[in-house]
Design a protein around this ligand. Structure first.
Ligand code: ATP
Length: 360
């Protein structure tokens, strides 16, 4: 049965470390939901996952799975299954034995094991691979077998640590979709560590964005995208990422090169501009027009991503991003007219980058 996962003030500091790897982390994951932990390398994602698995113990705070306090509970005694990147499969075993292994360890009778293996194989579409050994499987197939090994037990909680990161882009996208379907079909509770924003947006009911051991924001993918709590979160999601420009509001106005905007605050600030509120050409009613120079141009097929320079502020470049359809876009170096929708701007404070105002 899928169970909830609760973390209350969980802290972990490794010996000799300057700051805790995980600091005062509190979050709640409802049964049957997926929580994606995202953030840059070293922000504490894996440490958090390992503490939920019981492979590491918090120095303080509490972890509960369902109603049960996990303090002092050994990993084997927790009803969790973990899948990680480049999972080491037993080289001499056939896929069917690898998948059945956790059940064998629990002395589940052979007939029941076989039934569970064939059910898992069907869910993962690997029935035809069950008699192969790991060295006879591709990377993606191996990762499916590793998932099979996790799902046969129907654990209370699945823990994924970058399970797709060793795969090439196409396979990664394919398995991401399948994994999402699988988690929904199983009604599973899952904690999923990734630094891939697309995996976090598509797989998570909730996303926890971590930074230097701390929780920067917890929210639904929509909340995180539309109302990022900080410039850090804002810059993490979106393709291309949100442009973040330093600025200063004087008498309620901010000037970035040729772009002049009414600011809802005073003083130093960071202005967040997503490419979807920018277009080339003259402004329509309610929009603000400006001139800029094209500094990069990336044609991707369906659309071309452009970086537009508004000039500099001190030594800091003022760059914003825009998209055009197809390949039709001005060349690098071209001077262009562009416009944006001011209601879609995000305003952050100039120091900590905390959200001050925005469109959501
Ligand atoms: P990545 O995306 O690179 O896997 P992460 O967000 O999962 O990173 P963690 O592995 O949780 O980060 O590490 C968090 C911090 O704790 C890092 O500064 C790391 O160096 C430190 N750390 C992790 N494990 C240990 C350990 N066993 N001993 C000492 N320090 C550790």
């Amino acid at each position: 049965m899928a169970a909830s996962v609760t973390l209350e003030g969980v802290e972990r500091r490794f010996a000799g470390a300057e700051r805790p790897a995980v600091a005062k982390l509190s979050l709640e994951l409802r049964a049957g939901q997926t929580l994606c932990l995202v953030g840059p390398s070293g922000c504490g994602k894996s440490t958090t996952l390992r503490m939920i698995a019981g492979l590491d113990e918090p120095d303080s705070g509490r972890i509960r799975i369902g109603d049960r306090d996990m303090r002092g509970v050994a990993p084997q005694a927790r009803d969790v299954a973990m899948v990680f990147q480049g999972f080491a499969l037993y080289p001499h075993m056939k896929a069917r034995d690898i998948i059945a292994f956790p059940l064998k360890m629990r002395r589940v009778p052979a007939a029941e094991r076989e039934k569970a293996v064939s059910e898992a194989a069907e869910l993962l579409d690997i029935q035809h691979l069950l008699d192969r050994r790991p060295d006879q499987l591709s990377g993606g197939e191996r990762q499916r077998v590793a998932m099979g090994r996790a799902i046969v037990r129907r654990p209370e909680v699945f823990l994924f640590d970058e399970p797709l990161s060793n795969l090439d882009a196409a396979l990664r996208a394919e398995l991401r979709v399948e994994l999402g379907r699988l988690l929904r079909e199983l009604g599973a509770t899952a904690v999923y560590v990734t630094h891939d924003q697309v995996e976090a947006m598509t797989l998570g009911h909730q996303i926890a964005v971590m930074r230097a051991g701390r929780l920067e924001q917890l929210g639904t993918p929509r909340e995180i995208y539309e109302a990022p709590a900080s410039a850090f979160v804002a810059g993490f999601f979106g393709s291309p990422p949100m442009a973040l420009c330093p600025g200063e509001s004087i008498d309620g106005r901010v000037t970035l090169g040729d772009l002049e905007l009414v600011a809802p605050l005073q003083g130093k600030l960071t202005l967040g501009i997503r490419s979807e509120i920018v277009h080339l050409g003259e402004p329509s009613e309610g929009e603000v027009g400006f001139s800029a120079a094209v500094v990069t141009r990336e044609p991707l097929g369906a659309e071309t991503h452009l970086e537009l320079s508004l000039g500099t502020l001190g030594d800091k470049p003022l760059l914003i991003r825009a998209k055009t359809r197809g390949f039709d876009a001005p060349e690098v170096g071209a001077k262009v007219r562009a416009a944006l929708v001011p209601a879609g701007l995000h305003w952050f404070d100039g120091d900590g980058g905390k959200r001050l105002a925005g469109n959501a």
